[in-house]
Ligand binder design. Structure first.
Ligand code: CTP
Length: 410
């Protein structure tokens, strides 16, 4: 018996109406349209369907032309694989022609050829992502499931479709980790064997692709959970040996406490790395300049740590040393620093010292008789330092300080 999805509570009424219209319009032109991939998986799980990924066996350009009038649709973007982004009724639809893929070598982008819908489903990463739903009038909602994805959704299993899947595209290793964590599924035994066997194929993935895939992992609601699984499976150290450092478990636990965004997670992962490995790691991950700075600053904060605990280092001296560093680096170092005193100082810096400014402005100083020029900047710095050290606590005290300073220099 065919499974028919009603999309109750998983599609908004507008999206449902849009899909029906798209299915009808293409059907009238003799074309069968399907909803595919993660959207079908999420619908089966009773989760809200966010992306509308559509596939037909006809060329996507032709389908776009057919949809232009009934959906008032416009093409917004075209990809190298012939997929289109359509804008229709305030919504983006991803439109693709069903295809087969061939990987010339591991990690290479595949060469694609049009192919039947079943072949398109078989070329995909996991059975749970390899289902389609018919959208034409007589069959609307009927599930097409050649690989047994529905059973795997019910059993809560991530299963690759053939033994070379991770060799063809090792980003699927990171995808398996993401889906297993997000859906709370287990990675099927054979798939797990292939995944572990093929970890070295991660080397074949280019830095930009690796970064994109890691960023997707960092964006997951349970990113720390993804990292914990990736660490357990040896995925992180396969990405780069520097990510095999002994502090990683503690760092991932800290991530659970702070729910950080991408930069914060990068800091957590790299805090325990050897400073000498940071450049090679940043190259491997294809980090952006901003991400590189955060990772570098993390090492600088870590290197400062022993000095932070030196009892005579005044708060403002400490603040000067940390000033200009990426806030994520300082905040995260405060979580991982081994010394409690250093930890509390780093936190104080983030929470208050980095924000301290004197109550008096340059204009106030002029009124008090300070001549404009570089000395004024020095005086403002002194006031800020005195505030950080709590030697000055009020505007009145600042004025007194300035007057005394003037007496000394005049
Ligand atoms: N896909 C694949 N192999 C990849 C990437 C993608 O087979 N390396 C297929 C999967 O069938 C996937 C679909 O392309 O379902 C779309 O990919 P993507 O948008 O990355 O994933 P979604 O399934 O939409 O999942 P998510 O919920 O993470 O967006």
């Amino acid at each position: 018996m065919d499974t028919v999805l009603a999309f109750e509570n998983t599609l908004t009424a507008q999206d449902l109406a849009l899909l029906r219209k798209a299915g009808e319009a293409t059907h009238a032109a003799g074309i069968r349209m399907y909803l595919v991939g993660g959207s079908v998986r999420d619908a089966l799980l009773g989760r809200q369907v966010l992306d509308l990924d559509l596939v037909t066996e006809a060329p996507a350009e032709e389908v776009a032309r057919i949809l232009t009038q009934p959906l008032n649709a416009q093409v917004r973007a075209r990809s190298q694989f012939g997929t289109l982004k359509l804008h229709a009724e305030g919504r983006t639809l991803d439109l693709a022609t069903s295809r087969t893929e061939r990987y010339a070598r591991p990690g290479a982008l595949p060469s694609v050829q049009p192919g039947p819908i079943e072949a398109d489903l078989w070329r995909r990463d996991f059975s749970v992502n390899a289902m389609a739903v018919a959208l034409w009038p007589d069959n609307f909602g009927t599930l097409l499931d050649p690989t047994g994805g529905q059973g795997d959704v019910q059993r809560g299993v991530i299963r690759a479709l053939h033994s070379e899947s991770f060799q063809d595209d090792a980003t699927r290793i990171l995808r398996a980790v993401r889906y297993a964590t997000r859906l709370d599924f287990r990675i099927e035994r054979r798939t797990l064997g292939w995944l572990k066997r093929d970890l070295r194929y991660l080397d074949a993935i280019s830095p930009p692709r690796l970064r994109r895939e890691l960023e997707r992992l960092f964006e997951e609601v349970d990113a720390p959970g993804c990292l914990r699984l990736a660490h357990r499976l040896g995925v992180l150290s396969a990405v780069h040996p520097a990510l095999g450092h002994p502090g990683l478990r503690k760092a991932i636990q800290a991530a659970r406490r702070m729910a950080p965004a991408t930069q914060g997670l990068l800091v957590l992962l790299t805090y325990g790395c050897a400073a000498t490995e940071i450049d090679s790691l940043s190259d491997r991950l294809g980090l952006t300049n901003e991400q590189r700075k955060v990772v570098k600053d993390t090492q600088s904060v870590k290197a400062l740590e022993p000095h932070l605990t030196y009892p005579r280092l005044l708060p403002h001296e400490f603040a000067d040393a940390v000033n200009g560093m990426a806030p994520e680096a300082v905040l995260t170092a405060s979580l991982l620093a081994s010394d409690r005193f250093a930890q509390s100082r780093l936190l104080r810096f983030v929470d208050s010292w980095s924000r301290v400014v004197p109550a008096l402005t340059g204009r106030d100083l002029e009124r008090l008789g300070v001549p404009p020029g570089p000395l004024m900047g020095t005086l403002l710095d002194e006031l800020r330092d005195a505030r950080i050290d709590s030697r000055i606590r009020s505007k009145q005290a600042e004025i007194k300080y300035v007057k005394r300073w003037l007496r000394q220099v005049q």
